[in-house]
Design a protein around this ligand. Sequence first.
Ligand code: PLP
Length: 490
Amino acid sequence: MSERPNNFGDMPTEDFRRFGYQIVDQLADYFDEMEKYPVLSQVEPDWLRSSLPASAPESGEDFGDILGDVDRLIMPAVTHWNHPNFHGLFSTSTSSVGVFGEMFAAAFDMKAMLWRTSPASTELEDVVLDWLRQMMGLPAHFEGIIYDTASVSTMHAIAAARERAGLDIREKGMSGRDDLPLMRVYASEHVHSSIDKGVITLGLGLRSLRKIECNERFEMIPAKLATAIDEDIAAGYLPICVIPTVGTTSTSSVDPIDEIADICEKYGVWLHVDTAYAGSTAIIPEMQPLFKGWERADSIVVNPHKWLFTPFDLSVLYCKNLNELKGAFSLVAEYLKTSDEQTVKNGMDYGIQLGRRFRALKLWFVIRYFGREGLIARLREHCRLARLFALWVEESENWELLAPVPFALVCFRACVSSPHIGKGMVNDEQLNILNEKIMNDINASGEAYLSPTKLNGKTALRLSVGSIRVEERHLIKVWKLLNERLSKEA
Ligand code: PLP
């Protein structure tokens, strides 16, 4: 251990090097031995808090001791999103090259606000987002910007739509004005809660969000949307934005973008496509039909941190005209003025953040390391595995599918036709309790993680396939666990 020179300065470089090698070894072991960990952390609430001192240390500690505490205290409280049997919510995982991207970004510690404070981040972001745009088959006029999450991307899109409505809200705000109509944002009843939060944040309020009915495949019904807009216009409201989803959170259903785009064009309403989860699959040629019409959108959100092996956080907002976003947010304080602002792109102009992380680097690493083909192959395999699992469900008398499987998410439940539960258990409420019990048992065991949703009053178990480490044997394991638990309940 090197002597700390005094109370100033950083860790000596030789220590940084030594601990750095040790950490990379530790992480390599972690990736190699992932399956020895329970998927869901097994600790009780407050276990970590009560294991840690209540206040910060007075003098600096040995980094070896700090690292030891990662094993002793942090690891038990980690839920392993990278685990191949993490099937809850959306299964998302990092790749190791993505971790390298984070290491460099943290070391450079650039704040990409102005081009000159971060030329590498600003320009790499443009280049890598244009690569991704091409891979996804979007037209060249789409320009992207990276935010942390889809929630934030969508909030920015709604803000730009609100600005386009011509009510001068950027300047005059909304409070104290009696000249404003009720503005409306439309989305399906299966839309992600980030849209609700977006309208809350932007002062539009939840009453501005009108949820449109879906068909039996959980897809927005365009005719219902058109009727809702007509009714609202007749009532003096102002439609400003429609948000269809390709890959909804509950079931991964696909709203018919092309038909919705017709309606948006007819009424002059901003079309924002939420494809936070499924957007990455647009790089697979045979998946393109699911995205038909998204090229007509004003904005699109896609999250490489969900299903493109890029560590959280990295969400991309593509805009047909990025200047509309700039119009809503650009504000250059005296201390941020530069002589080159007319000729370069300054990231701070496109949202509420001033400093922005160097996120493009990890996506650049991922795309270069795997290549378009490698990424397509992995996503295709995930879709294949999900379809295979869905087939097992369909062919079994014990289980039933509750939604179509367009991507790599299977919604299913133990059903009445099962000889294990047929006797006496006929209504949905009883089945809901049973399915939740099966899921909770599996989750508590640490063997796998599934999450639930409710579809037409029925509890569905959601199995998402998306980990970079997932193989067929992991799905066989879940299938076995489900059937064992079900027969135990009989
Ligand atoms: N939109 C959809 C369709 C989602 O499924 C999710 C999260 O699962 C989000 C938005 C929110 O994503 P984020 O956590 O990046 O805000």
